[in-house]
Design a protein around this ligand. Structure first.
Ligand SMILES: NC(=O)c1ccc[n+]([C@@H]2O[C@H](COP(=O)([O-])OP(=O)(O)OC[C@H]3O[C@@H](n4cnc5c(N)ncnc54)[C@H](O)[C@@H]3O)[C@@H](O)[C@H]2O)c1
Ligand SMILES: [Zn+2]
Ligand SMILES: [Zn+2]
Length: 361
């Protein structure tokens, strides 16, 4: 029998989100129903409601979640009812050309539930990133549900499901930050601060945090920034060069995703350095770089989707580091909120007041 729950719906471009009844089918073959315990508010949810990702309204938002398996469909072997899981928006198919070449973190056909969750009138919903976790129950592919140590509290554990994994992985997987590297991270929200934490875990020697908000720079120090640059009153490229003997950094991570910040990352890196774009640009954005500089500076220009993570490998690992006190996930949780407070939480993101507001159920 289908389940009726409340969910946070983005009904149209730029419209405030609203709480509506969502019909969640029981799991079919290969699907699982997850009882969501906590779900973080990521800037990507805001991008969805602004129509910056695609036009497939209405969206069921929410995608950084931890919870327990409520029920499983036929043929599900990786999880059972009661298991504690973090939901992943990447579940490699094992059969696409990338999976077959041994690079499942680029999977081009990642798994999602086949049945649709709907509004009460039957309108099908597009779940954000194939998850839709601002709802008491959500339906996902079984392979999206990744078991982790239940000792990790859901408010913290769920964050590994998107932004924090994206930042950690941008540093550790995409850029492969290693011992002695210098790193600059532009944009110190949840994603940028996770890139800073990842750079520290990887052994970076110099970690320069860049933001336009002084509060964010203070918080960035807690995650491992060795230097801070306020880009609202200082040229970040000049400042980063000064802090690196005039050379620039080995790795520059753009965790904002605008032409301006990308260009700063491009020029703030050392010769043969690496630029990683992890912030999500909107469809209108363009960059204009001298091709000779692209050639002459050498190195690597990369994008990082979800920190090039493999959820089944990486989620349990980072949850264990959290439980060992080596990765402070609690520090990302600025506040816990109720499900009817998501619209206000978006405004707190816009005003720069939070790293993560986390909906608890
Ligand atoms: N690639 C991925 O897989 C992935 C995953 C999750 C989120 N994201 C994206 O990462 C980005 C950051 O997400 P978040 O949740 O941390 O957002 P956020 O809004 O919490 O943080 C953004 C930060 O950038 C700062 N900022 C804005 N303009 C700036 C500028 N010109 N120079 C320096 N700093 C500036 C803001 O003050 C803020 O601290 C978003 O675009 C989000 O969609 C990407
Ligand atoms: Zn695949
Ligand atoms: Zn996200």
């Amino acid at each position: 029998m289908p389940n009726e729950v409340r969910g946070v719906i983005a009904g149209g471009k730029g419209e405030p989100v609203r709480l509506e009844t969502v019909i969640v089918p029981d799991p079919g073959p290969g699907e699982v129903l997850v009882r969501v315990q906590a779900s973080g508010v990521c800037h990507t949810d805001l991008h969805y409601r602004e129509g910056a990702i695609n036009d497939d309204f209405p969206f069921l938002l929410g995608h950084e979640a931890a919870g327990t398996i409520e029920s499983v469909g036929d043929g599900v072997a990786n999880v059972a009812p009661g298991d504690y899981v973090v939901i992943a928006w990447r579940a490699p198919c094992g059969a696409c050309r990338s999976c077959l070449r041994g690079r499942p973190w680029y999977c081009f056909d990642s798994r999602n539930a086949t049945q649709k969750m709907t509004l009460a009138d039957g309108t099908p919903l597009s779940p954000a990133l194939g998850i839709g976790a601002f709802a008491e129950l959500t339906l996902v592919d079984a392979l999206q549900a990744v078991k982790v140590n239940p000792a990790a509290r859901p408010e913290a554990a769920g964050l590994i499901g998107c932004g924090i994994m994206a930042g950690l992985g941008a540093a550790l997987n995409t850029a492969q930050v290693g011992r002695g590297d210098s790193v600059a991270v532009i944009g110190c929200g949840g994603v940028g601060d996770a890139a800073i934490a990842g750079s520290r875990l990887g052994g970076a020697h110099t970690i320069i945090a860049v933001d336009v908000d002084e509060r964010k720079l203070e918080w960035a120090k807690d995650f491992g920034a060795t230097h801070t640059v306020n880009a609202s009153n200082t040229d970040p490229v000049e400042a980063i060069r000064e802090l690196t003997n005039g050379n620039g950094v080995d790795v520059a991570i753009d965790a904002v995703g605008t032409p301006q910040t990308y260009e700063q990352a491009f020029y703030a890196r050392d010769l043969a350095g690496t630029v990683v774009l992890v912030g999500v640009p909107n469809p209108e954005m363009r960059i204009d770089l001298p091709l000779l500089e692209v050639f002459g500076r050498g190195g690597t220009l990369k994008s990082s989707w979800y920190g090039d993570c493999l959820p089944t490998r990486d989620f349990p690992l980072y949850i264990d580091l959290y439980l060992q006190g080596r990765l402070d996930l609690d520090r990302f949780v600025s506040e816990t909120i109720a499900i009817d407070d998501v619209e206000e939480a978006f405004h707190r993101i816009e005003r720069g007041e939070v790293l993560r507001s986390v909906v608890v159920f």
